[in-house]
Design a protein around this ligand. Structure first.
Ligand SMILES: O=C(CO)COP(=O)(O)O
Ligand SMILES: [Zn+2]
Length: 210
């Protein structure tokens, strides 16, 4: 994909996510790899009203080279780019995944019980990263050990962040995570049949996550 096409894709997905209420106000951010560096959404921008020409352009080391100043969450995004092979990162404050990140009795190693196949296929096991101030580089040592084995994490009392090989893939994954969180909360006080481990193993073997 050309850089121009990736710019258009970031704008298209940003508008779609915002229009569907998956992140509010100026919350959330998107980044994607391009030749020689990265594109990222500007800090304090609304994902519903992005301008392709004003997206932040970063060099391969993450230095801002053109466009508006980048999201303050670059330390988070670069934890993914440095820790695993991926081409895009999406962070949202989507309601249900964020609600899950605020529960005090959540398993920090496994926040989403696998009850449907798609969350296993698109997201995998989701750990919770301890709270740090939005934009703080203090998150790096907390998140770094998790990234090689996880394409998605929940930021405690904050929200989800997901990576994938492509931007389309990262959006599909964060939407699936949101749906799984919604189901988890809807079913919280009901007797739930989780997927048997044999089914989870079969999905993991058949649909390899990157
Ligand atoms: O979600 C956000 C912080 O966690 C939004 O921050 P930015 O506006 O800097 O991208
Ligand atoms: Zn945020």
């Amino acid at each position: 994909m050309s850089e121009d096409a990736i710019r258009e894709n970031i704008v298209r997905w940003g508008k779609s996510l915002f229009d569907r209420g998956l992140t509010a106000g100026s919350s959330g951010n998107i980044s994607a790899r391009v030749d020689g560096g990265y594109l990222a959404t500007p800090t304090n921008s609304c994902l519903g009203f992005l301008d392709p020409a004003r997206l932040s352009r970063l060099d391969a080391a993450g230095n801002h080279v053109s466009g508006d100043p980048p999201t303050k969450e670059l330390p988070l995004h670069f934890s993914f780019y440095e820790g695993r092979k991926c081409g895009a990162v999406v962070h949202l404050h989507s309601t249900y995944a964020t609600a899950l990140s605020c529960l005090s009795d959540i398993d920090p190693a496994d926040a989403i019980t696998p009850i449907t196949p798609y969350v296993v296929m698109r997201v995998g096991r989701v750990p919770v990263v301890p709270y740090t101030r939005p934009g703080s580089a203090e998150i790096r040592p907390l998140i770094a050990p998790l990234i090689p084995d996880h394409s998605a994490v929940l930021l405690e009392n904050h929200g989800p962040i997901v990576s994938a090989a492509t931007l389309d893939g990262a959006v599909y994954a964060i939407e699936e995570l949101e749906e799984a969180a919604k189901l988890a909360l809807l079913l919280r006080d009901l007797p739930v049949r989780r997927l048997p481990q044999s089914a989870v193993d079969d999905l993991n073997a058949t649909f390899k996550l990157r």
